[in-house]
Design a binder for this molecule. Structure first.
Ligand code: NAD
Length: 311
């Protein structure tokens, strides 16, 4: 497992990051014991970057990850988030964020996180993130409760607009660079690279679209995108490949993103995803996938306040 530097933070993160939202039963009900084994298997096999949020499972994912990391905290780079607490409950006020970090640290059974991120910033007025959230997060950073500060979201222009006015250490972008999307490079990568801001690329499986199991019922992508997933699965299978391996390998090849966050809650998926590092799909298969994906490439869905939409 390669480690790569996360922008100017200097943090060395594993190229595959453990996305902990499935530990909060975001995709389906999972076995808590299996979740702990998955975290331990990941650490044993070199995955050192873990990402979670109080939003995932409405605190369940943080609770479970905290239990799994007991005695192992120093072996990992741990990221969590603040400001999003339910599907439609956002609160980036200074008082909420000050309470939020202490609540997260309690659930995660640690006294600091390596990265603390404002979660899904497109859902509120960007001014609040610039004027209240990031200054409060910097204050918490000075107290030693968070080593670095970042923003996350689906909409990319609002994140760069925020970072222009209130510099951040990292960006987390999801579903904008994988086999079905590539506009992260147009809208975010250059900005982050020029400023030395770290880049985390999440959801290489397009939140389940690029799996044999398929997308969860809540998936927000348009129908044509959801229907394209099984066609890509079939193209991979016809050449003897698993779609998850091909999709993850594609994301791992990004030249600037330090880590690709894939959601996991089972040992089987941890082992499969680590094996994907050695997957080398032939150019013909990648060409075939490009052709299948072309009609729906970068097919976007609204998220957050209309004033923050990229298109
Ligand atoms: P993903 O694309 O990683 O897909 C996860 C789904 O794929 C889950 O159902 C998982 O069980 C399944 N899966 C994983 N490995 C598999 C394999 N080898 N074969 C078949 N199925 C497999 O989507 P995600 O979980 O949403 O994204 C990854 C992580 O990124 C999240 O857990 C979270 O930590 C982070 N993220 C953050 C934000 C944000 O901050 N706004 C948004 C999305 C994701």
């Amino acid at each position: 497992m390669q480690k790569r530097v996360l922008g100017a933070t200097g943090l060395m993160v594993s190229e595959i990051g453990f996305g902990a939202s499935p530990l909060g039963d975001e995709f389906r009900v999972t076995d808590p014991a299996e979740g702990v084994w998955a975290v331990h298997a990941a650490i044993d096999q070199g995955i050192s970057f873990f990402d979670v949020s109080p939003y995932y499972g409405r605190t369940l994912a943080e609770e479970r990850l905290g239990i799994a990391l007991e005695g192992k905290r120093k072996q990992v780079i741990l990221a969590t988030k603040c400001g999003r607490y339910d599907t439609a409950r956002f609160d980036f006020s200074p008082a909420r964020l000050r309470a939020s970090i202490d609540e997260s640290l309690g659930r995660l059974r640690t006294d600091y996180v390596d990265l603390w991120q404002a979660h899904d910033v497109e859902f509120v007025d960007a001014r609040q993130i610039v004027e209240e959230a990031i200054p409060t997060m910097r204050e918490i950073q000075k107290q030693g409760k968070a080593r670095f500060v970042g923003v996350t979201g689906l909409q990319l222009k609002v994140m760069t607009g925020i970072a222009e006015r209130a510099p951040v250490d990292t960006f987390l972008s999801y579903c904008r660079y994988n086999l079905l999307f590539n506009d992260m490079d147009e809208l975010l990568t250059g900005f982050a690279r020029q400023r030395g801001m770290g880049l985390i690329n999440a959801s290489p499986l397009h939140m389940g679209v690029l799996t044999e199991h398929g997308a969860p019922a809540w998936h927000p992508a348009p129908k044509e995108v959801l229907e394209t997933g099984p066609k890509i699965v079939a193209a991979c299978e016809a050449r003897g490949f698993k779609v998850g391996d091909v999709a993850l390998r594609f994301s791992l090849d990004h030249p600037y993103a330090a880590t690709t966050l894939v959601g996991m809650s089972t040992v089987k998926h941890v082992e499969r995803n680590i094996a994907a590092i050695e997957c080398h799909p032939p150019a013909e298969l990648m060409e075939e996938i490009r052709a299948i994906a072309a009609p729906v490439m970068n097919r976007w869905w609204p998220s957050g306040l209309p004033q923050n939409w990229d298109y």
